[in-house]
Design a protein around this ligand. Structure first.
Ligand SMILES: Cc1cc2nc3c(=O)[nH]c(=O)nc-3n(C[C@H](O)[C@H](O)[C@H](O)COP(=O)(O)OP(=O)(O)OC[C@H]3O[C@@H](n4cnc5c(N)ncnc54)[C@H](O)[C@@H]3O)c2cc1C
Length: 457
């Protein structure tokens, strides 16, 4: 029971990368920390499962890019090995019923009109995003106009060519796990800038999908939790928090497993999960509303395992883009030894919501139908198939991250990182770099820990 724990200096709610990074920083500075995690594992939106032969498969966050300095440093510190996502061979583009081969990030052999319009969309998004201050997006000169319209409305105005519209929509759905109509243009511009630009976000070599962790990303979270515990702090699994109370100069965090009293608390949850806690005294109105108004994206991640990565023998990289869904993108996620061959991919946004209520066998059939269209009949008979419907996960309720609909950044954004008395807020949604990514989660945890340390001085 929690009531028997010695009183910690800081209570951290949530053992995703944000909560663990905060606990890591604080415990290294000599604070006693208790991390309370609802699930029976650490990692949150990072989740590694194992196939019957022991092959690790990441069904949540898996990639790190060269710009993810914190994540690379953490992997090096904790002795985790990094290996590159395979990029040899041709990528596939399935567009208008035809298969094309290409290399690199952007398929260049498109109709000139389509290519020109696609180039314009990429350039404009990049230029506009450079005008969004990452710490204070609501202060962008055109914040009101950009937050008053959706990314989808902007895209329809700027991509009159059907092919350019489709390819842009596929890339944006892959980034946000939502239809472009679901989020504000200001949020999209902020997010693109925070992640180094759209091309970085969708690229493999040199981009956000460049590398993997040997053994799976969750092993890194597990090692970080061990590091925290080695310093005398504790990570309590299976302890959902329901209520956060401030009583004088103490915070009381309570759930079915009892209550812990501590000096300060860091809430390291996605906004929508934090919004479900009961707060005493109530949070200021803008902060409470913000937490309720940032829904999660919708995503299903699947992985199909074959004896070998058969696509490589055909000169293919395993990366594909398709205008026919519900699978619009695939990647080769085979382990470093190349056996078994693993294809992974996503079903995002509206399609994820549609398929979420299907029978798992029917969903598998639908995904495999897409793979056969891209990679031929062999893709239809994997040895193993695993998936995770993230909107059905009770402690995440979606992914990849929280999305700001129109009006939220400009009306409520100032509350996002604001400490409330003894309470501090972390989580990738509060990050100013790589928001929505593991790197952003780490940054947010470190920032919240610094806030606490500054207050204690
Ligand atoms: C399918 C998918 C693929 C992704 N791919 C990538 C990728 O390749 N690279 C990348 O960088 N990012 C990726 N992401 C995003 C990345 O996983 C997240 O940005 C990151 O893991 C978020 O970390 P966090 O600590 O902020 O939040 P979370 O990981 O959500 O951590 C919150 C923790 O709080 C716990 N919790 C929730 N409610 C309570 C409660 N009431 N009491 C106690 N505990 C609670 C949860 O169980 C969870 O462990 C992906 C996400 C998904 C879903």
């Amino acid at each position: 029971m929690l009531n028997t724990l010695p009183e910690p200096d800081v209570i951290v709610v949530g053992a995703g990368f944000a909560g663990l990074a905060a606990a890591d920083r604080l415990s290294a500075a000599g604070c006693r920390v208790v991390v309370l995690e609802a699930q029976q594992r650490v990692g949150g939106r990072v989740a590694t499962v194992h196939l019957p032969d022991g092959t690790p498969v990441d069904l949540g966050g898996q990639w790190l890019g060269p710009q993810h300095a914190r994540l690379h440093a953490l992997a090096a510190r904790l002795g985790a090995q990094v290996y590159p996502t395979p990029t040899d061979g041709h990528n596939l583009l399935y567009l208008g019923g035809q298969r094309h081969l290409f290399r690199g990030t952007v398929p260049l052999r498109l109709r000139p009109l389509t290519l020109g319009n696609l180039g314009w969309v990429l350039l404009r998004l990049h230029q506009l995003s450079q005008r969004v201050p990452l710490e204070t997006p609501w202060e962008a000169a055109q914040a009101a106009a950009w937050d008053g319209c959706t990314l989808g409305a902007w895209l329809r105005r700027n991509a009159p060519d059907a092919g350019a519209f489709t390819l842009s929509r596929i890339a944006l759905e892959a980034i946000f796990a939502a239809h472009p109509d679901e989020l504000s243009l200001l949020h999209a511009l902020f997010y693109l800038r925070a992640g180094g630009g759209l091309l970085h976000l969708v690229a493999t070599g040199g981009g956000a999908q460049q590398d993997r962790i040997v053994g799976g990303m969750q092993t890194l979270a597990e090692r970080l939790a061990q590091e925290v515990e080695r310093r005398g702090s504790s990570v309590r699994l299976g302890t959902p928090v329901r209520q956060v109370r401030t009583e004088g100069d103490r915070v009381v965090v309570e759930g079915e497993a009892g209550a812990v009293r501590g000096g300060r608390a860091i809430i390291a949850l996605p906004p929508s999960m934090a919004g479900e806690l009961s707060w005493h005294p109530a949070l200021p109105q803008d902060h409470a509303e913000l937490l309720r108004r940032v829904p999660m994206g919708s995503v299903i991640k699947w992985a199909a395992a074959y004896e070998v990565p058969f696509w490589r023998a055909r000169g293919l990289s395993g990366q594909a883009i398709s205008d026919e869904g519900p699978v619009h993108m695939t990647f080769d996620a085979s382990p470093p030894a190349g056996k078994p061959g693993l294809l992974v991919g996503f079903v995002e946004g509206p399609a994820a919501r549609r398929l979420a209520s299907w029978d798992p066998a029917q969903r598998r059939q639908e995904v495999l139908r897409c793979l056969v269209r891209l990679f031929g009949d062999q893709a239809g008979s994997p040895q193993q198939y695993v998936e995770r419907v993230w909107s059905a996960e009770p402690w995440s309720r979606g992914g990849y991250a929280g999305l700001f609909p129109p009006g939220v950044w400009t009306q409520l954004g100032q509350a996002l990182r604001r400490p409330e008395g003894l309470l501090h807020f972390a989580g990738t949604e509060t990050a100013t770099v790589w928001n929505g990514y593991i790197e952003g989660a780490l940054q947010s945890g470190e920032r919240a820990a610094e806030e606490v340390l500054t207050c204690r001085l």
